[in-house]
Ligand binder design. Structure first.
Ligand code: FES
Ligand code: FES
Length: 178
């Protein structure tokens, strides 16, 4: 049986990626990660495991971090996607987290770095909005920003694996921008 999609297995999908709208006719089986890399040429987002285990494909959808390898792109019709290329809003400089990763030497091979940085952007927003993590004190007042100490940062970034073991410097980089 052919795996070529028939017309009824494709849909027009509008994705705003890094502020730019794109209308794409997509096979329903394709995931966001592949559409970003193959259709839009945004290869900053990396494919590690391709099944939700490593976090290398992390991007932001409507401000929340997601694994791009797990999301069917057609399900995101109308959404705003930010990749590592779009963190600075088109500006020339680096996002403070990108600068902190450089300053702290928070990568070795760098393959996990785009996902780590996008995930950390999501962490700052989640903690700022008062979302608790597994290690947040249950007695802490709900809805208040959660202070990001080392345990919080390690727990919240635990879905992003670094095969080189740059974790101590990654934690320092995130702490620099709190
Ligand atoms: S490539 Fe998506 S989680 Fe590993
Ligand atoms: S810097 Fe190599 S996998 Fe993270």
């Amino acid at each position: 049986m052919s795996s070529e999609p028939t017309p009824e297995h494709r849909s027009d999908t509008v994705l705003t990626v890094n502020g730019k709208p794109h209308t794409l006719r997509l096979d329903h089986r394709r995931v966001l990660l592949d559409v970003l890399r193959e259709d839009l040429g945004l290869t900053g987002t990396k494919k590690g495991c391709d099944h939700g285990q490593c976090g290398a494909c992390t991007v932001l959808v409507d401000g929340r971090r997601v694994n791009g390898c797990l999301l069917l792109a057609v399900s995101l019709d109308g959404c705003d996607v930010i990749t590592v290329e779009g963190l600075t809003d088109g500006g020339d400089g680096l996002h403070p987290l990108q600068q902190a990763f450089l300053d702290r030497d928070a990568f070795q091979c760098g393959y996990c770095t785009p996902g780590q940085i996008c995930s950390a952007v999501g962490v700052l927003a989640e903690a700022g909005a008062g979302h608790p993590s597994h290690v947040t004190d249950p007695a802490a007042p709900s809805g208040r920003p959660v202070p990001l100490d080392e345990a919080e940062i390690r727990e919240r970034l635990s879905g992003n694996l670094c095969r080189c073991g740059a974790y101590p410097h990654i934690v320092e980089a995130v702490r620099d921008v709190i």
